[in-house]
Design a protein around this ligand. Structure first.
Ligand code: CP
Ligand code: NVA
Length: 307
């Protein structure tokens, strides 16, 4: 049975902890080395990663490709539209064919169902590079960043402000696994499904739904924003209007802890979901967060390939 990385909800807390520990270890071990050089043990020598993208990407594409290089392997990038997949070949057949060429597959998909179908039909591990439903690789990098900043995840209070989107779902899925408290502030109609929140709570997650963003951010250790318009969202004007009061600005950072950190998965839209003063200010760790995509995903690749 291949070890897929599709959702934090599917993976044990112990395994997720080991992935983060490995990410920290490897990052420290290669500190100062040129980015294209190998980790000394090159554990994925001879291995090939296929990267399939149905949507745009900067961080996910570069971090997986460089990560694979550092681990001693190689990668093949393709936009799904350039494959026969874009002309109607089924995801099931694509999974079987790619499994004969590569050792691991990463997919960024419009529809989470396509990712699940790929995993069900592949005989190699499949990694979720973002879907409309979730973005688990992102959260691993985010949590790594918080730890690197000296924060203990257990009991840490995180406020998610804005659209309850795919990234928010992964924060929900990670809450019970890592023991942080998650406060979610969204306008009506933009929150996570009640069923998902209840399921997470039943698994031990501490999740609070607090509509007012000022109340949500009061006393928290971390404030998190993401774009108001995710890839694939069509109702742009409506979103801009509905989410306007959920901008992360200095008023919100003011009521958080004095040493609170600001996270954003990027790409950001200054003046929309976050002000320039916050994302470019002293609380922001967004570029470290982006860098940690590389280190976290190397550990995810190793976990999937049992190295
Ligand atoms: N945060 C993130 O996934 O960025 P990309 O869309 O650039 O990959
Ligand atoms: N929520 C955003 C994340 C981008 C990395 C999107 O899905 O477009």
């Amino acid at each position: 049975m291949s070890k897929h990385f599709l959702s934090l909800a599917d993976i044990s807390a112990g395994d997720l902890r080991e992935i983060l520990d490995e990410a920290h270890r490897r990052k420290k071990a290669r500190s100062g080395q040129p980015k294209g050089t190998l980790d000394t043990d090159a554990p994925l020598a001879g291995h090939v990663l296929a990267m399939l993208f149905e949507k745009s990407s900067t961080r996910t594409r570069f971090s997986f490709e460089v990560g694979m290089t550092q681990l001693g392997g190689t990668s093949i990038f393709t936009s799904a539209g350039d494959m026969q997949l874009g002309r109607g070949e089924s995801i099931e057949d694509t999974a079987q064919v790619l499994s004969r060429f590569v050792d691991v597959i990463m997919l960024r998909a419009n529809d989470h169902g396509a990712l699940v179908a790929l995993a069900q039909n592949a005989s190699v591990p499949v990694i979720n590079g973002l879907t409309d439903y979730n973005h688990p690789c992102q959260i691993m990098a985010d949590l790594m960043t918080l730890e690197e900043q000296g924060r203990d995840l257990k009991g840490l209070r995180l406020a998610w402000v804005g659209d309850g989107n795919n990234v928010a779902v992964s924060f929900i899925n990670g809450a019970a696994k890592f023991g942080y408290q998650l406060v979610i502030s969204t306008p009506t109609g933009y929150g996570p499904s009640g069923q998902m929140v209840e399921r997470a709570r039943a698994d031990g997650a501490h999740i609070e739904l607090v509509r007012d963003p000022l109340n949500a951010c009061t006393g928290v250790d971390v404030v998190i924003a993401d774009t108001w318009v995710s890839m694939g969202d069509k109702d742009i004007d409506k979103r801009m209007h509905d989410l306007a009061d959920w901008q992360v600005n200095e008023d919100l950072m003011e009521v958080a802890q004095r040493d609170a950190l600001f996270l954003h998965c990027l790409p950001a839209h200054r003046g929309e979901e976050v002000t320039a003063s916050v994302i470019d200010g002293p609380s922001s760790v967004v570029f470290l967060e982006a860098e940690n995509r590389l280190h976290a995903q190397k550990a995810i690749l190793l976990w999937c390939l049992e190295k």
